[in-house]
Design a protein around this ligand. Structure first.
Ligand SMILES: [Zn+2]
Length: 477
C-alpha cells in the first residue's frame, strides 16, 4: 500500500454535505482513496509512528476536490480562435464546427486530447465528460488515461442529414459525421461502450453519447438513453441550446425541445443535457421529475450569444432541485478549459441579470463545479468531495499567488479572485499528476509542439480559412 500525507493545509474545502471548511487540516491517502481527513494535530497524533511514502507540505495552500468538467469537446482543442466571434449557435455548429471536427484525423485527435488534458490539469480539472471522439474512441480513452485524468468519453454520433447538403460540407465529412439511421448509430455506440468503459482501472468510462438536437432522430435520442440504461452507463447530448432551436422545434412539433424529449420518452436520470438555455417553466418540472441533469456552460453562452441571462432559467432549475453542473464546452465555443472562469460566471451572471445578490452564492457555484458535477456524471459515490472512502482527486491552490492575498474568506476568494493558473499541485486517483505546476504524466513541451504542427494540417484540411464560409444558416429550419 502507498500512503501519502498531505500535511497541514491552510484551508480544506471538503464540499461535504455541510460544506465544511477546515483550517490547518491534513488528509491521508492510501493507494487511490482518502483514508483520513481532519485537523492537522489530530491526524498527526493518530498516525504518529506510521510510515508515509510521501509527505506533501500543505502550508500556504488551499486543498479541495478536483474540479469536474461536465461538458467538453476534447477533439475541438486545435480550433482555438479559428472561428469568428460573430457566430451564434447554429452557424457555429453547422458551418464551422462540423467541418472542423471532420478534419480531425487520428493523429490530430490524439494530440488534441493531450493538449486539452494539459489545459485541464493546469487549471484544476481532474474529471471530464467529453462529448465524444471523432475517430475511434480508443484514441481519446488512451490519451486521457496516459495523461492521468479521470473522465468519460464516447463516440460522436448523429443520424439526420439536412435536406440540402451545403457546398462547404465535403462528401468525406458527411460520411464521417452521419450514421445511416439510429440502429446503425446505436450498434456502433454499444461496441464502443463495451470496448472502453472501465479502462485504466476504471478511471476512464465510456458512455452512449450522441450529438443531440436536429442532427439526431427521436429514435436516436430515445435509444441512446435506453441503451445507456441497459449498459449501466449514462448518455449526454446538446439540447435547447439556442432560442432558434426552440423556435424551429415549436414550428415543427408544437413543443419546445425539453418537452418534446419527455413526449418521446427520452428523459431519465442517466442523461446529462448540455446548455438547456431555451426552456419554459413547466419544462423545469419535467427535468426535476425525471432526475435529468443539466450541464450549464456560461462561457459558451457569453461567446456565442445563447442568452443564459436573458432567457436562461438556471437559478430556477437549482431551486427545483435539478442537478446543474458546469462545463467549459470546447475552446472554440468558450475560449478556454479553465473551470475557475465558469465558477466566477456561474456565481456572478445572475446576480447582475436579476439584480439580486442572493442568486447562486459562491458556495453553491463551488458545489456545481465539484459534487454536483460528480452527480451529473453518475460518479458522486466516488468523487466530488473530500471525504473518507472517496477516490483521492484533489487540487491545491497556491495561497502565495497575489490573487489569494489577503484571504479573508477562502470560498469567496476562490470564486471571485482565483484563476486556474494558481493551481499548484493536482492528485488524481491517488497519483500526483502535477507538482509545482509541472505535469508529471507526459512531456508538456512535446504536446505543445505537436499541437502547433497538427493545427496547421487540420485547419488547412477543414477549409475554414476560405472567406465564403457563411456566418448565418438556415440548415434544419
Ligand atoms: Zn458542446
Amino acid at each position: 500500500m502507498t500512503r501519502i500525507l498531505i500535511d497541514n493545509v491552510d484551508y480544506l474545502l471538503t464540499v461535504d454535505q455541510h460544506d465544511s471548511v477546515l483550517e490547518h487540516a491534513s488528509v491521508v491517502i492510501e493507494d487511490t482513496r482518502i483514508a483520513a481527513v481532519g485537523r492537522a494535530d489530530d491526524i498527526a497524533a493518530r498516525y504518529s509512528g506510521s510510515h508515509f511514502d510521501r509527505i506533501i507540505d500543505g502550508r500556504r495552500t488551499l486543498l479541495m476536490p478536483g474540479l469536474v468538467e461536465a461538458h467538453v469537446h476534447l477533439s475541438e482543442q486545435l480550433s482555438r480562435g479559428l472561428f469568428p466571434d460573430s457566430l451564434t449557435t447554429r452557424p457555429w455548429v453547422f458551418n464551422w464546427a462540423k467541418p472542423f471536427y471532420a478534419a480531425v484525423d487520428e493523429e490530430a485527435e490524439h494530440w488534441s486530447v493531450l493538449l486539452a488534458c494539459l489545459e485541464m490539469i493546469k487549471t484544476g480539472t481532474t474529471c471530464f465528460l467529453d462529448m465524444g471522439s471523432q475517430n475511434d474512441a480508443g484514441i481519446t480513452v488512451q490519451a486521457a488515461a496516459q495523461a492521468g485524468m479521470r473522465g468519460i468519453t464516447g463516440r460522436h454520433a448523429a443520424d439526420v442529414k439536412p435536406e440540402v447538403i451545403p457546398s462547404y460540407w465535403t462528401p468525406e465529412m458527411v460520411a464521417h459525421h452521419f450514421f445511416r439511421d439510429a440502429d446503425e448509430a446505436l450498434a456502433a455506440l454499444e461496441v464502443c461502450v463495451k470496448r472502453w468503459n472501465g479502462y485504466a482501472e476504471g478511471r476512464i468510462r465510456c458512455w452512449v453519447n450522441i450529438e443531440g438536437k436536429e442532427p439526431c432522430s427521436p429514435e436516436l435520442h430515445r435509444g441512446a438513453r435506453q441503451l445507456a440504461e441497459q449498459l449501466g452507463v449514462g448518455t449526454t447530448y446538446h439540447i435547447a441550446s439556442s432560442i432558434e432551436e426552440a423556435r424551429v422545434s415549436e414550428q415543427k412539433y408544437g413543443l419546445w425541445p425539453v418537452e418534446r424529449l419527455e413526449r418521446i420518452g427520452a428523459l431519465g436520470p442517466n442523461l446529462v443535457l448540455a446548455h438547456v438555455v431555451a426552456i419554459k417553466d413547466h419544462e423545469i418540472d419535467l427535468l426535476a421529475r425525471w432526475g435529468t441533469k443539466v450541464a450549464f456552460c456560461p462561457g459558451t453562452s457569453l461567446k456565442i450569444a445563447k442568452g443564459a441571462t436573458r432567457i436562461g432559467k438556471y437559478p430556477e432549475m437549482l431551486a427545483a432541485g435539478v442537478t446543474v453542473a458546469l462545463g467549459c464546452d470546447g475552446v472554440s465555443a468558450a475560449g478556454a478549459l479553465d473551470m475557475t472562469r465558469q465558477l466566477y460566471l456561474a456565481a456572478g451572471l445572475f446576480k447582475d441579470a436579476r439584480m439580486d445578490a442572493a442568486m447562486i452564492p459562491a458556495r453553491q457555484a463551488i458545489r456545481m463545479a465539484t459534487i454536483d458535477g460528480a452527480r451529473a456524471l453518475l460518479w458522486d459515490d466516488e468523487i466530488g468531495s473530500v471525504e473518507v472512502g472517496k477516490r483521492a482527486d484533489l487540487i491545491f491552490f497556491d495561497l502565495n499567488q497575489v490573487e489569494w492575498v489577503p484571504c479573508n474568506d477562502p470560498v469567496q476568494t476562490l470564486v471571485y479572485a482565483a484563476s486556474g493558473s494558481s493551481v499548484k499541485h493536482s492528485i488524481i486517483n491517488g497519483t500526483l499528476v502535477m507538482e509545482n505546476r509541472r505535469v508529471l504524466t507526459f512531456d508538456e513541451s512535446e504536446v505543445i509542439e505537436q499541437a502547433r504542427r497538427l493545427t496547421e494540417r487540420v485547419v488547412a484540411r477543414s477549409g475554414l480559412k476560405r472567406s465564403q464560409i457563411p456566418i448565418t444558416t438556415s440548415l434544419y429550419d
